[in-house]
Design a protein around this ligand. Structure first.
Ligand SMILES: *Cc1c(COP(=O)(O)O)cnc(C)c1O
Length: 363
């Protein structure tokens, strides 16, 4: 066996420190073999959704269903709840893919786009009155930028007619998003939740359901797999349409329970503290600087550093950190040689951040 490496990569990332234990319990207790139509599965489904409601403060009127990924939810939101027009805030690779999905489905997709590493001045968004869905990526994992929660609330106030949907893949559970101000939120579990990939969580309200029903009545083709009404019918029975990732759903519930014991408030405080440690170091460092200039648009959960020393590339920095057992991500796309990306998720302890800071100081 290789020495244990510690993953500060922005997804997949280091597993939550209790995840392996819960997965072992699941395997020993035959959760890989039980029927997904059994009472035992219904109880797991119920437990996991209850823990998620507590952790993320999801109102009881909002529905929670499981998918295979967050990428799938981009498609499901568009196919189930829109007919013609969407609006997207684009500032990196994930928000851009969401926008491209809308175009591929022949929606009239409009966008406000700003360069990689910048946040939005939302007053610059020219959102047409007929827009059916506004799509926000709260934390753009590729660039290390975030949209402040107040901006999301402002969008709601100014565009109450449109469905407001939030990609929160690398924001959960950190970002204190107010569900009453949005219609849908989704994430996959291999980032902030610290689970193996292969499971998505999609949360939506009855405004989304009403929109789906109206479109279906009008004759719009809805996807046979994961049509919203089929998902809901199953979720009401604490079940899924197809055979799901039972071990993933079980482990998610147990990890969420562990996080609830720690409390989301403590997780948030620690996240802010760890982020401040690294951003502060990057500001002082001679070989790095924070990529995102504006503080209010700096992600707390994915920290992107520009490498400003001619003699250093991302590969050299990554290699030096790996010698200490720490794995960080390289920059995204065209930034792959000159940036590193550091995840700051609930499983990443203060101790590992001190260790990371020590190694970065010596470079
Ligand atoms: C990782 C990520 C996705 C895609 O998640 P999958 O689980 O791979 O589908 C979507 N949006 C954001 C912001 C992400 O960080």
């Amino acid at each position: 066996m290789k020495n244990k490496r510690y993953y500060l990569t922005p997804g997949p990332s280091e597993l939550y420190f209790t995840a392996a234990e819960h997965m072992q319990y699941a395997l020993r207790n035959d959760l890989g073999s039980i029927s997904h139509r059994s009472k035992q599965f219904q109880e797991i489904f119920q437990f996991t959704t209850a823990q998620l409601r507590q952790l993320l403060n999801i109102p009881s009127s909002y529905h929670i269903v499981f998918t295979g990924s967050a990428t799938e939810v981009w498609q499901l939101l568009l196919a189930n709840c829109t007919e013609q027009s969407t609006y997207h805030f684009v500032n990196g690779s994930f928000s851009s893919r969401f926008y491209e999905f809308a175009k591929e489905l022949n929606r009239n997709a409009q966008k406000l786009e700003v360069p990689f590493g910048e946040g939005f001045d939302i007053s610059e968004a020219n959102i047409p009155a007929e827009t059916e869905m506004i799509c926000v990526t709260q934390n753009e994992t590729s660039a290390g930028t975030c949209m402040p929660v107040e901006d999301i609330n402002t969008l709601r106030k100014e565009h109450p007619e449109a469905l407001l949907v939030v990609d929160a893949v690398s924001a959960v559970p950190y970002a204190p998003i107010d569900f009453e101000q949005i219609d849908s939120l989704f994430f996959s579990v291999q980032k902030g939740m610290g689970l193996p990939a292969g499971l998505g969580v999609w949360i939506f309200n009855d405004r989304c359901v009403a929109r789906f029903k109206a479109l279906k009545e009008k004759g719009q083709v809805v996807p046979p797999y994961h049509a919203m009404d089929t998902m809901l019918k199953n979720a009401e029975k604490h079940m899924t349409q197809a055979t799901p990732n039972v071990i993933g759903i079980y482990t998610l519930g147990k990890v969420a329970e562990d996080m609830n014991r720690r409390t989301v408030e403590v997780i948030r405080q620690e996240t802010v503290f760890k982020a401040a440690t690294i951003y502060g170091l990057l500001e002082r460092h001679t070989k790095f600087k924070p990529f995102v200039r504006e503080e209010k648009h700096r992600s707390q959960t994915v920290i992107v550093a520009d490498i400003i020393d001619e003699d250093y590339t991302a590969a050299t920095v990554i290699e030096k950190l790996e010698a200490h057992g720490i794995v960080v991500g390289k920059g995204y796309g065209e930034f792959k040689d000159k940036q590193i990306r550091i995840a700051n998720f609930p499983t990443h302890s203060k101790e590992i951040f001190y260790q990371l800071a020590d190694v970065l100081e010596t470079l």
